[in-house]
Design a protein around this ligand. Structure first.
Ligand code: ZN
Length: 444
């Protein structure tokens, strides 16, 4: 028997562990097997290539198995069977993967992420031809989304959405009695739904109902959630009924100076602003110069980001509604005061204009506004990738549709979901035509 490789990871604790689930994902290049564990993997493995069938043998120490392996859907050209075998010592679970050839696997543990707990991953290289011809229905697609996330232990972007006003503060009131707070909440919810349907993003709403919130509470929620982006939604009145367009606002430089000074003087605010570097500063003597330097850096980068995002959002909004101003405007808005998060305030339209008021309560118009905002935020982060996020690891490829290809066939070929292609190309149905160019978001 040839022990061609052995890897041990050193874990001193003798805690008992459990295999809670086993998942198999064949793709065009490899078959991935994931063991979901209740705590950190304590394992070793070796391969047996000198007798048939070729095998990968994994010993999970101090581990019990809760999975009926016969029920695991293997569906791989490379992986034939998953079974248990007699363990070398009591307390160990020995799992055997029978494979189609002498293929050296990659075996590595993954710690808990937003989407999964402790895992041991076994990647077995080798093409799975059946994956490219197997038909898939659109209904299957959502179930495959976690696979994409799991293949990339990356985090989603956190998008904070602030529905302006609320509770005792109705905001502006339109000529027909529409309250601004209801318009902003409706669009905020629609935008959140789009963002949460995107595996690369997660929405955080400052309010989900008719609550009264202070400006400080709104920005504090975004900072504590480590938001990558903050968008505040409004539909204010103008003194005359004529103005009717949308506009996008960013914090003025002067106000950002004031906010920087305030942050340095307020311990709680400072710790929220410095949430990403706090562990670096712990144990250090208070160093106001260092704090100031870091805040300065954050402020410069978030303001540049806010300006670019505002420009993109204006272009997207311009496609679905009239614009009041075609360039971002700067103002002293307290709600945009976070120094670490690019922040914008979107005026969806002026509720004081009777025609705009009717549009702002129209569900289809709200959908179009939410679509435009979603596309804009996504484009901003594709242009300005944030390290360690799903979207930063997403590459956009171009695919020209040829005869006989359906959306599901194309999705299979690139290992993405039909939904992901629809989102990227603003498609609502399944109709595509020969020669059409599609953008395909694939993992890098
Ligand atoms: Zn408002």
């Amino acid at each position: 028997m040839l022990f061609s490789s052995a890897v041990m990871n050193v874990v001193s604790a003798q805690a008992s562990n459990q295999i809670d689930n086993v998942r198999v994902w064949p793709s065009a290049e490899k078959t991935r097997v994931v063991f979901d564990l209740s705590s950190e993997a304590q394992y070793s493995y070796f391969t047996i290539f000198d007798t048939q069938p070729h095998r990968i043998v994994i010993d999970f120490r101090q581990t019990t198995n809760q999975v009926t392996l016969q029920n695991v859907d293997v569906k791989s050209d490379v992986l034939r069977v998953i079974r248990t075998s007699n363990p070398p010592q009591s307390g160990t679970t020995r799992i055997v993967l029978e494979i189609s050839g002498a293929i050296q696997p990659e075996v590595f543990p993954l710690g808990p992420s937003e989407f999964a707990g402790h895992r041991l991953v076994v990647d077995i290289p080798g093409a799975n031809s059946s994956r490219t011809i197997e038909p898939t229905s659109a209904a299957e697609a959502p179930a495959r989304i976690p696979r994409t996330l799991d293949e990339m232990p990356l985090r989603p972007l956190i998008i904070a959405i602030d529905a302006g006003h609320g509770g005792r503060d109705p905001g502006s009131v339109g000529p027909n009695g529409t309250h601004e707070k209801n318009v902003t909440l409706a669009v905020a919810r629609k935008l959140a739904a789009r963002i949460n349907a995107d595996p690369g993003m997660r929405a955080v709403l400052t309010r989900t109902g008719d609550q009264t919130l202070s400006l400080a509470q709104r920005t504090s929620i975004a900072r504590r959630e480590r938001a990558d982006f903050f968008v505040s939604l409004h539909a204010d009145a103008f003194t005359s009924p004529q103005p009717r367009g949308a506009s996008v606002w960013i914090l003025s430089h002067r106000r950002s100076e004031t906010e920087l000074g305030r942050a340095l003087e307020n311990k709680e605010r400072l710790s929220e602003e410095l949430i990403d570097v706090e562990h670096l500063l712990q144990g250090e003597e208070e160093d106001p110069f260092l704090n100031r330097a870091i805040l300065d850096m954050y402020r410069d980068s978030s303001m540049a980001g806010g300006f670019e995002a505002a420009t993109i959002l204006l272009r997207e909004l311009g496609g679905v509604t009239t614009l009041h101003r075609s360039r971002p405007e700067a103002a002293s808005f307290g709600v945009l005061s976070s120094l670490r998060t690019p922040s914008v305030l979107v005026e969806l339209g002026f509720i004081s204009n009777p025609q705009k008021e009717r549009l702002l309560i129209n569900g289809n118009h709200q959908d179009r506004l939410a679509d435009a905002l979603y596309r804009g935020v996504r484009e901003y982060f594709l242009r300005n990738p944030v390290e360690g996020t799903v979207l930063a690891a997403t590459d956009i490829r171009t695919h020209v549709v040829s005869r006989g290809e359906s959306l599901s066939v194309i999705a299979q070929r690139y290992g993405v979901t039909v939904d992901a292609i629809r989102r990227q190309n603003n498609l609502t149905g399944n109709t595509i035509r020969i020669g059409q160019r599609l953008e395909i978001p694939v993992a890098r």
